[in-house]
Design a protein around this ligand. Structure first.
Ligand code: HEM
Length: 137
């Protein structure tokens, strides 16, 4: 990477995600998230683990697209927010989702530092904020 083109947050996030992915990062995150509280566990009752792994992958992709200002992905996130609102997903649960994600990435990425963490949070924030808008107050 040349000093003339400093890495953007999304690039720093992607590099970190690639370092995480070598291990079973997605499943570890999902298990951590689901087991963090009975109310979250209850929402995922009966959901297949393999499906959840794919869902998490898909979720991160959605978030990245939103952060890239892709209009289509933003529209999809409105719908996804509505879907979650119908399932009773609260704003607090989105915060928990992000904290679990960051805690897991911190464990898996050998090059983790404060800047990398800021980039994960910044990239996820755009999409999460869109989804949160639909959440019950
Ligand atoms: C930014 C955060 C999140 C993203 C991007 C995301 C993404 C998704 C996606 C793409 C689906 C599949 C929707 C479909 O089948 O049409 C889904 C399903 C689901 N999500 Fe999320 N999700 C997020 C946070 C949460 C949170 C915080 C909860 C809280 C418990 C949650 C609970 C669920 C549940 C219960 C399902 C249904 C699973 C099923 O029955 O197959 N999600 N999510």
């Amino acid at each position: 990477m040349s000093s003339l083109s400093p890495e953007k947050p999304i690039e720093i996030f992607q590099d970190s995600f690639e370092r995480c992915e070598k291990e079973d990062f997605l499943m570890t995150f999902y298990k951590r998230f689901v087991n963090i509280s009975p109310e979250i566990q209850e929402k995922f009752e009966g959901v297949d683990l393999e499906r959840m792994r794919d869902l998490v992958y898909e979720s991160l992709y959605f978030m990245m697209m939103a952060s890239n200002e892709t209009t289509k992905a933003t529209a999809d996130l409105d719908q996804l927010g509505e879907f979650h609102a119908k399932h009773g997903v609260t704003r607090q649960m989105y915060d928990t989702w992000l904290d679990c994600l960051v805690d897991t990435a911190r464990e898996y990425d050998p090059n983790w530092n404060e800047k990398v963490e800021d980039c994960w949070r910044a990239v996820m924030k755009v999409g999460i904020d869109i989804m949160k808008e639909q959440a019950p107050h």
